[in-house]
Design a protein around this ligand. Structure first.
Ligand code: PLP
Length: 770
């Protein structure tokens, strides 16, 4: 296991994720350590050690009043903003129990872009306390500003209104004075909570001179440690303690106070109040930092779009998207280049957008591709200069990977060669490149990868041999056609059938079962097409391999693209409008006649990040398929067995159209990051298998393992690796590694599944090897 003290930031790390959490200011850390070491008393103790602790507590409360403008009301120390939100909402709802029944259709209003802590807490306690109100989001406009007309219309029935001073994803702030006017002119008594987490230290607050009833704050968003927060409660606002017990905080919040955390707030609030100290920068300086970052980003990403209007935003947040790049592309690259930012959507194989940008009605690609870059009011000019330089450096790696086009006339030697899997929301697009002949083809594209493909083609000046679909569902948008239209004039052929197959092809190859199939060439290989109706009436399979004297023998086929018909862990469904199970039965049998048990099958869906499969593997887990291949089933028996399989599909999920399919996966063998050096020393022949994308690899090559054998096999190209290393399954051993351990885990599982014998993986990845 790694020693705690060995877990450290990388040298020159550039931290631009301050809205998630800030670093702890040295003064704040010192205050906390001093308190832990020397002022460890319990503020409730009446001896002198306790009295000193109590002084720290109360003097911090005074300072909190100054920085929030709360000359009256309660200032309560909490564990953070989520607790403050909890307490405010519970207090308001318990009070509302008395009035809820008097209001027809009571509502609980919250801003649509609120932090999840707010709507989730409202829904939770509304249900638990049996309030029976409707929890309603106040819409926002394209700038993220709350809809005042909506508030005016609904606030009369509201038991509580929850809004935020500034948004954590975009920095968009609300005009609290105007908001107060609209709320109070329509409902003078409604309880109003304003989440002030992102505003403290960036906007001047004057709580007493507002009618805000509750205002939660969080220490770790303003250079304090995690686990300390402040809640302001207006005099006479209803209050119910969320935590009862020993009566601390005048009985408002029990539990021995987090004195080290409180002491760190003390240090921070003093700096905020000190006009002669420039730790916290003025608004104008922060605006100049933002302008500098904006300029740099516009230079490196000409296709950048900012997702919020700076006129309505705090200067410390820049939220942007770049057409053609996913947020994961940018996140991974920046992380490799030691620049920490965050993405609007979760980094998983399932794509989700940002609900904040969705509420602002931003286009889907902007929401899914959003990157949040946030600095803090204590950043320095030097840090911003370094950040800009690092961004420029990092982005050159994207140009070398052809993920963005270079404006210089340089020739880029992209490493695209062979087969790549581009996955979007568990759907696979397969892209095959012959680097020497500069030819490319695409199978089963989804719209979201269209601009990536276009950029790659233009960057390498590729000849687009074909853009194909393996099948089309009724009324389905035909993305392959859409992409073909983009390349009008550049495609090898313009006369395609509905799946994109060149109708004028005359070349034929004979297959293992002596049937003839039409084929196109790509580089030195051919791509032959056979019909495999069943899943849909138009389903086909494409066979890619080397034809010898006009024959594409089963053992010379490297990949089969069988669409939804053959998937990892199952057979595609055959109960759709244009399905036919009898035809599917025949198609499966005839497909099995022309490939081997070990031909790599590349499906159109990949629900578990396993990339590829083979008939041999499928037979092990799929008794119906095993029976089909052993020719044990009549058509009727297959139809019956297939019906049963299709009926077991969970139709509620998005992937139901193609079949919810699952394969058993053996876990990979972990190498604890703490033992990694030792592992390398005792396995000198092990090959480090770095599965990061080439731009990440280029941005951060990891010098400390320079002497080790290392290969960069991006996860997108693992299928190509499996195909080209069939003879190297016993030796060498591979230890898969990536940024966080998630991709390397997928790679290790895939290699093991494909028969590679000695495969390891490092959980936590490079993040824990710094
Ligand atoms: N509200 C906002 C706007 C936030 O940004 C956050 C943290 O991300 C929270 C509430 C929750 O704060 P805490 O982490 O202190 O519970």
């Amino acid at each position: 296991m790694i020693n705690l003290t060995d877990i450290q930031p990388q040298s020159d790390e550039i931290y631009l994720d301050n809205n998630a959490t800030t670093p702890v200011l040295p003064q704040a850390a010192e205050a906390a350590i001093h308190t832990m070491n020397l002022c460890y008393g319990n503020p409730s103790s009446s001896h002198m050690t306790g009295i000193r602790a109590k002084y720290i507590l109360e003097s911090t409360r005074k300072l909190a009043r100054q920085v929030t403008g709360a000359t009256d009301g309660e200032i309560i120390f909490t564990s953070g903003a989520t607790e403050g939100i909890q307490t405010s909402i519970i207090s308001a709802l318990i009070a509302a129990r008395a009035t809820a029944s008097l209001i027809t259709k009571p509502v609980l209003l919250y801003g649509a872009t609120e932090h999840k802590a707010v709507p989730e807490t409202l829904k939770h306690w509304n249900q638990i306390l049996n309030i029976g109100a409707e929890v309603v989001a106040i819409p926002v406009d394209g700038n993220g500003i709350l809809d005042f007309d909506f508030i005016a219309k609904h606030v009369g029935n509201a038991l509580m209104v929850c809004t935020m001073a500034a948004n954590n994803e975009t920095g968009v702030f609300q005009d609290l004075t105007a908001l107060q006017n609209i709320i109070r002119s329509n409902n003078p008594d409604v309880l109003w909570m304003v989440d002030c987490v992102q505003a403290l230290g960036k906007i001047s607050l004057d709580l007493t001179n507002t009618s805000i009833d509750y205002a939660p704050f969080s220490g770790h968003k303003l250079y304090g440690p995690k686990g300390i927060g402040v809640l302001y409660v207006r005099d006479n606002a209803p209050y119910t303690p969320f935590i009862a017990g020993g009566g601390q905080e005048s009985g408002l919040r029990s539990g021995t106070e987090n004195l080290p955390g409180i002491a760190s707030l003390n240090a921070i609030f003093k700096l905020l109040n000190d006009e002669n100290d420039d730790t916290f920068k003025s608004h104008d300086v922060l605006v100049s930092y933002r302008a500098q970052l904006e300029k740099t980003l516009r230079e490196v990403f000409p296709a950048i779009v900012f997702n919020h209007d700076f006129a309505y935003s705090l200067p410390t947040t820049l939220n942007f998207s770049v057409k053609g790049l996913s947020s994961k592309d940018i996140m991974d690259l920046f992380d490799a280049a030691k620049i920490r930012v965050s993405s609007g959507s979760a980094c998983s194989s399932k794509v989700s957008g940002s609900f904040v940008l969705d509420a602002m009605n931003k286009p889907r690609w902007q929401s899914e591709g959003a990157i949040r870059m946030s600095f803090g009011p204590a950043n320095t000019q030097d840090e911003i200069d370094k950040a800009c330089a690092a961004i420029k450096d990092a982005v050159s790696a994207l140009k070398n990977s052809c993920l963005i086009l270079s404006d210089a006339d340089e020739i880029i030697d992209s490493n695209a060669d062979g087969l790549q899997q581009w996955i979007y929301d568990q759907q696979c697009t397969w892209c095959y490149v012959d680097k020497n002949k500069k030819e490319i083809l695409l199978i089963d594209p989804v719209p979201e990868i269209a601009s990536k493909f276009e950029t790659l083609v233009n960057c390498q000046d590729f000849n687009v041999k074909a853009v194909l679909a393996t099948h089309l569902h009724q009324h389905q948008e035909d993305c392959a056609e859409m992409i073909r239209n983009v390349f009008t004039g550049k495609l090898s052929s313009e006369s395609c059938d509905s799946l994109g197959w060149d109708k004028s092809v005359t070349q034929q190859v004979s297959l293992e079962n002596d049937t003839l199939a039409y084929a196109i060439t790509i580089g030195d290989k051919v791509l032959a097409k056979i019909d495999i109706p069943g899943h849909t009436d138009n389903s086909v399979a494409y066979l890619l391999g080397e034809a010898k004297q006009g024959r594409l023998a089963a053992e010379d086929i490297e990949y089969v693209f069988a669409g939804d018909t053959l998937q990892i862990g199952g057979i595609g469904r055959s109960d759709l409008n244009t399905s036919d199970s009898v035809q599917m039965h025949h198609s499966l049998r005839s497909l099995a006649q022309v490939i081997t048990e070990h031909t790599l099958i590349c499906p159109t869906h990949d629900y578990q990040q396993l990339f590829i499969t083979t008939l041999a593997l499928e037979k092990q887990t799929n008794p119906v398929l095993a029976d089909v291949l052993a020719k044990k089933l009549s058509d009727e028996q297959f139809v019956e067995a297939k019906l049963e399989l299709d009926q077991s599909i969970n139709n509620d999920t998005q992937s139901a159209l193609c079949g919810n399919i699952k394969a058993d996966i053996e876990p990979s063998i972990d190498v604890d990051p703490g033992d990694f050096s030792q592992f390398l020393a005792s396995n000198p022949d092990v090959m480090i298998f770095d599965v990061r994308e080439p731009h990440e690899f280029e941005a951060n090559r990891r010098e400390y393992i320079r002497d080790q054998k290392i290969i960069n096999v991006p996860l997108t190209q693992i299928t190509h690796f499996v195909n080209t290393h069939k003879a190297a399954k016993t030796q060498p051993s591979y230890v898969c590694i990536c940024r966080s351990g998630s991709r390397s885990d997928a790679a290790a599982k895939t290699l093991k599944r494909m028969g590679f014998e000695n495969v390891y993986h490092v959980p936590g990845g490079f993040a824990l090897l710094s």
